[in-house]
Structure formats: structure tokens, C-alpha cells
Design a protein around this ligand. Sequence first.
Ligand code: MTE
Ligand code: MO
Length: 221
Amino acid sequence: MKPIHLLLIISVAFTVFSGCVSDRGEPGVYDNQTETLSYQGEQLTPIAQQRNNAIKGTQYIERESYRLQVDGLVENPRDFTYEEITGLPQTSKVVDLNCVEGWGFTAKWTGVRIADLFEEVGAMENATTAIFYSADGYSTSLDMDYLLENDIIIAYKLNDVTLPPERGFPLQLVAEGKYGYKWVKWIVRIELSDSPYRGYWEERGYNNIADVGGPAFEKRG
Ligand SMILES: Nc1nc2c(c(=O)[nH]1)N[C@H]1C(S)=C(S)[C@@H](COP(=O)(O)O)O[C@H]1N2
Ligand SMILES: [Mo]
């Protein structure tokens, strides 16, 4: 091979390779786990490039003492440990988070189907709303029908790494198709109810439906 050809091959290879690296960045390492940047042919946003948003900053929750309380209109109200939740059947999917302020990202989310959790506690027939409460005092709600029909999951992993504290460890709701303010982080309690509920941002005028692409605000009065 002529040296000029070798040079050409090297420069093409370098351009292609460095292009990949500079576009997407290196996969991050979180708690000794390396994140995934593609899944089932879809490109994922590196965690370092994902924005986050919270009313009172990061909440630091300890794995050992953590409990998820599930109560309200259920046959068997109870607490779940972190191990009990991660021991339930596991599901992964690629879902976009879209904040109502206009930014968003794509990630792989892994966790438990909320339907499986409700099965554990025996959700009552008359439960129409699930209310989610967080360690920072944040709350939001979603219709039971929406949660069950869309196989909505509560995630404990993001891009194949354990949710970092700033991203909601131990649990974040993956509210597919809904604006970011429905994606409650640091979940500590789920209450099933038979009446509508307005969470932190919804109480301040944001739409309680929160469909991505739909109106951000709601007329009330
Ligand atoms: N507990 C809690 N969850 C929250 C919030 C919050 O302030 N507290 N902010 C919400 C909003 S407005 C958005 S856009 C998303 C951002 O999620 P991310 O940090 O995973 O990107 O978190 C949502 N979940
Ligand atoms: Mo948001």
C-alpha cells in the first residue's frame, strides 16, 4: 500500500471516530456503573447532558432506611423497602422527558410497572387518582386509567445506572407523554384516591392533564 493511501485511511477513520465521540460525549460512570448511550437502536442523551429541575434542590435518601408508603384506597396499605421494589418484575423503555419550559432529553428507564405495585396492595375499584408525594414536599397526581393503560413505570435506573441522587434516587415516575412536572422524583408515598388532586405546580396554574403538546396552563375560576 502506498503511504498516501494509508494516510487517507487513517484520516478518514480519525474523522469518523472523533465525530462520534465529540457529538455524544463519553458515557458517564455513576456509583461504579457505566451508563448506556444506545438501546434498541435508539440514541440516548448522556446523563451529564440531561438537565434537571427541582423546587428545593437535591434530596439525599438512604437506601437502607428508605420506605415507599402505598395507602389510601387499597386493600392492604403497606411500606416497601428498596429491595422489595427492585425485586418486583423489571421493565425497561426509552422515553423522552419534556419540561414545560421547552427543554427535554431521551433516556432508557428501568423500573417496576405501577400496575404490579398496585397489584401488591390491592387497588380498590373506586380509586380514580394516584397522588405521588416526594421527600422535598413536592407532589403531583395522575389518573389510574392513564397509569394502567400506558404501562407506566416507576424507575430506579436511568441509562442502566442507579438513579443518581440529583435525579431522584431511589424512584422517579416515568410519566410518558406528560410534561416534566408529572415526573415526580424522590417518591416517598403513593396515595390512591377517588377525587381529583392538584399537585405543587398544578396548584399554581399548570394544567392537571399535562399532555406534551397540550396547554401548559389551565383556566380556573
Ligand atoms: N420531587 C420533585 N420532583 C420533580 C420536581 C421537583 O421539583 N421535585 N420537578 C419536576 C419538573 S418541573 C421536571 S421538568 C422534572 C425534571 O426531571 P429531571 O430532573 O429528571 O430532568 O422533574 C419533576 N419532578
Ligand atoms: Mo419542568
